[in-house]
Design a protein around this ligand. Sequence first.
Ligand code: TGC
Ligand code: FAD
Length: 402
Amino acid sequence: MNAKAAPRNATDLYQAHDHYLMDELLTEEHKLIRDTTRKYVSKHIKPIIEESFEKAEFHPEIIPGLAEIGAFGPNIPVEYGGMGLDQISYGLIMQEIERVDSGLRSLCSVQGSLVMYPIWKYGNEEQRMKWLPKLASGKMIGCFGLTEPDHGSNPSGMVTTFQDKGDHYLLNGAKMWISNSPIADIAVVWAKAENAEGRIHGLVVERGMEGFTTPTTHGKLSLRASPTGELVFDNVKVPKANLLPNKSGLGAPLGCLDSARYGISWGTIGVAMECYDTALRYSKERIQFGKPIGQFQLTQKKLAEMITEITKAQLLTWRLGILKNEDRATTAQISMAKRNNVQLALNVAREARQILGGMGITNEYPIMRHMMNLESVVTYEGTQDIHLLITGHEVTGLAAFK
Ligand code: TGC
Ligand code: FAD
């Protein structure tokens, strides 16, 4: 870590901006949850994140603290160890965590939306009681295996399969680009049944099962604080009790993606707010031509456009949260918010970096790290192209990807 950078990064000067008085739309409980998360990440994660990113080292010691503030499965019912919170609370927690780093929001959204959610929604009572409390408390970490080397945007073509062998299933295949895989105790894996129907099912694969390995993916220039790897299944014997019985077909994993994409739409607002706040402060302090650069019209144009786009995204996402609370949010609405907000955050980060001039490329400020992280966020959970096609399908009734 840059020695000069340490004091600046250690002191979190962040100030959230609320141009349209959005706080008035939140309950006291929402604000309490948001502020608790903000304080926690500011105190415990902000001081270590630059080094964690630079060295590509995940710090497992942050897991119990994240569990304590309810970052793992906040909307899972309390009887399974969750917090039973509403969707706005879930979103605000993701916003505050991603404000510090997208990789840590990944850790939490994979754990909550992609591992706990399918076990809760598609699992039986025994499976819920076996895994959910341990996942909520961070005693166990999970990962979600959908993407394969030859099937990314088109998961329906997956070639990972399982065979019914009477008293167990035999799983073969491989998954790629899997967040948390190197540190995961369990993996929710999507595979096709080797029978005439060939339907997709979710199976819980546990670390230690013979033939199951999780090689780490090296060389990432993005999301470096988040461990990524493969899942390799070589004749893995999976107990029949580990198949999630209550939903099959591609709709099962896609239903989990709805929840995770919703979390990303909030999380990326956090990134945009952090980059905007950093640039605004810098523009008032940096003097060129005898005055603060924030006094020049061109800098003001950048800042005005940033806060306008952030405010529009806050309103869009808050409304989506209300629809989700009422169980009325559609896949296409969630998709629109994910695509819009990731692009907004990328645009804000790029403009903020310009305002900081040369300083913008250093790790004294979080902007470049956020920009690099967003290059993954823009691709995972559906690329921008796929989300445009989901919206296009919705408005025309014609599926471009069929
Ligand atoms: P399509 O024919 O549209 O749908 C197949 C079946 O699924 C149903 N369905 C849904 N059900 C529940 N929830 C949803 N959101 C659903 N969307 C679709 C649909 O009704 C149908 O059901 P049925 O009964 O008729 O069979 O499927 P398609 O093969 O044409 O694909 C559509 C497409 C391209 C939009 C989809 O494949 C897609 O979204 N592709 C992108 C893949 C993706 O996002 N992968 C993400 C991997 S996980 C990840 O990236 C984690 S990153 C870590 C982190 O978050 O930090
Ligand atoms: P491809 O599908 O090969 O796409 C390549 C390009 O072609 C893209 O620009 C795409 O938009 C475009 N394209 C594809 N189809 C079309 C079309 N029909 N029309 C127009 N353009 C098209 N997956 C998991 O299952 N679990 C995880 O935990 C997970 N974590 C990840 C973490 C990271 C850091 C990354 C980078 C990825 C992760 N993924 C995970 C995988 C991620 O979901 C995929 O990378 C993503 O779905 C895109 O697949 P692909 O990379 O194979 O790209």
